[in-house]
Unconditional design. Structure first.
Length: 459
């Protein structure tokens, strides 16, 4: 009869021979897997020879578990069998366990083997090799290899190595929960590309914005789609610099249609959120979530009229009732718990989400229409994003300030805002929207006025 986990634990202290016999007499790969999974901590004097033959078993799970258990013994007698399995086994998991077992030896004689596996095409093998090498990073050959792996094409490998070498943590003297007071509740009339260089590193806690859509509105004309993406890439690269470690960027976008120039031409649809995504990841934003904003069908332009009449396949065009909120976090080796711990208990309690909240990534929110601005944030959309991704007292940024909705909601939720907007009509709309918040008049500034203020502050 197959030993239970409890029996294995008992026999490990009273009668190891019963354990050995059970392993040797296992009738199937399933039985072997059961026994090997439940071996747990191996006592002193455990005879690894009973496991050695299993590293050549026909079943890859048995081979992997046999190596994993042998690795617990940290016995250099098994180094060469581990090495051979790591080189020749055809199963990735078995190879990973073998390289891990070599690393667990913590013996300098293993270093040449581990260095050779740093060039393996399987990034999971490389990662196991690195784990074994980090304790030897005082050796010049090891440090040289680890430094090259900081630029490994696999992001998990490069992030792990960078963290181990202390190269991934941003250094700043500004307390995480604070932000420059001069930026609090300030709206700047000027080009965001010219404004951002004036902003210090790690100044804002959250950016929530809806970039102007590519040629979908009369206020956003770009020479080409690539130029449009280049423009947004530059804005979000600068936003990355001014964002505090591990904090969030939420970008509201959707595919847009550029109308056809004539009946002889087709319209073109550009997948902005998907094309922009790769660029954001490339500049250091880590993708977290995609939230789908669903609007009532009656509120969007009808694309279905023609198909409704002819019903011919290939001519179907659904009404687009969704937009994306793509959520990113500034890449860091710190977990989100670290960000939370930067606030005192009172701020945390005051910032907690109370009552019912949306539990899914599908948000049904009616759009908002404005007599001045053609694409306005609904206040409810702002409330959710600000509430879920910031704390009381945080600084919230919108590089495309639009009608100022984000600023108004932020103030109402005990946050501070910083807005930029270059369109004079929209900037006046921001003034109107924020007029009933007892907003201090001189907190509306031109870019030149802001530059002069900063010059005075530095003197």
């Amino acid at each position: 009869m197959l030993l239970t986990k409890a029996q294995i634990e008992a026999f490990k202290t009273t009668n190891l021979n019963r354990v050995y016999e059970a392993i040797r007499s296992a009738k199937s790969a399933r039985d072997s897997v059961h026994l090997l999974e439940n071996l747990g901590h191996l006592p002193d004097g455990f005879d690894g020879q009973v496991l050695l033959s299993l590293i050549e078993h026909d079943n890859s799970d048995v081979r992997a578990l046999a190596i994993k258990n042998l690795g617990k013994l940290t016995d250099m007698a098994y180094l060469e069998p581990f090495h051979q399995s790591a080189i020749h086994d055809t199963d990735s998991l078995v190879r990973r366990e073998a390289v891990s077992a070599i690393g667990r030896m913590r013996d300098a004689r293993c270093v040449p083997m581990l260095l050779s596996f740093c060039d393996d095409p399987d990034p999971k093998i490389v990662l196991q090799a690195v784990r074994g090498l980090v304790i030897f990073k005082s050796q010049s050959a090891v440090m040289t290899k680890l430094q090259t792996l900081c630029n490994h094409p696999n992001e998990t490998v490069s992030a792990f190595v960078s963290k181990e070498l202390g190269q991934s943590t941003t250094k700043t003297t500004i307390p995480h929960s604070l932000s420059p007071e001069w930026m609090h509740n300030l709206a700047i009339f000027g080009d965001v590309q010219q404004t951002l260089p004036h902003i210090p590193d790690e100044a804002v806690h959250l950016t929530f914005t809806s970039p102007p859509y590519y040629n979908a509105r009369d206020y956003s004309i770009y020479p080409s789609y690539t130029a449009y993406l280049d423009f947004l890439t530059d804005i979000f690269a600068q936003t990355h610099r001014i964002t505090k470690e591990g904090r969030f960027l939420v970008v509201n976008t959707s595919p847009v249609i550029v109308p056809r120039v004539s009946r002889a031409h087709a319209s073109v649809r550009y997948p902005i959120p998907f094309d922009l995504h790769a660029r954001l990841v490339g500049i250091g934003w880590e993708f977290v979530d995609d939230i789908v904003w669903v609007k009532p069908e009656a509120s969007v332009k009808n694309r279905n009229g023609g198909f409704l009449q002819h019903r011919k396949p290939l001519g179907y065009k659904p009404n687009t009732i969704t937009e994306y909120l793509m959520v990113y976090r500034k890449k860091t080796d710190k977990l989100i718990d670290w960000n939370m711990r930067q606030y005192d208990e009172q701020v945390i309690n005051e910032s907690k989400i109370t009552g019912d909240y949306e539990t899914s990534n599908v948000w049904h929110i009616d759009p908002t229409f404005d007599k001045v601005h053609s694409a306005v944030f609904p206040a409810e959309l702002c409330r959710r994003v600000i509430g879920f991704y910031s704390y009381m007292g945080d600084l919230v940024f919108d590089p495309f300030g639009g009608s100022g909705t984000l600023g108004k909601v932020a103030m109402g939720m005990g946050r501070n805002f910083f807005l930029t907007e270059q369109d004079p009509t929209y900037f006046e709309r921001i003034r109107d929207v924020l007029a009933d918040t007892f907003f201090v008049k001189n907190r509306f500034m031109t870019l030149d006025e802001m530059a002069n203020m900063l010059k005075e502050l530095s003197e």
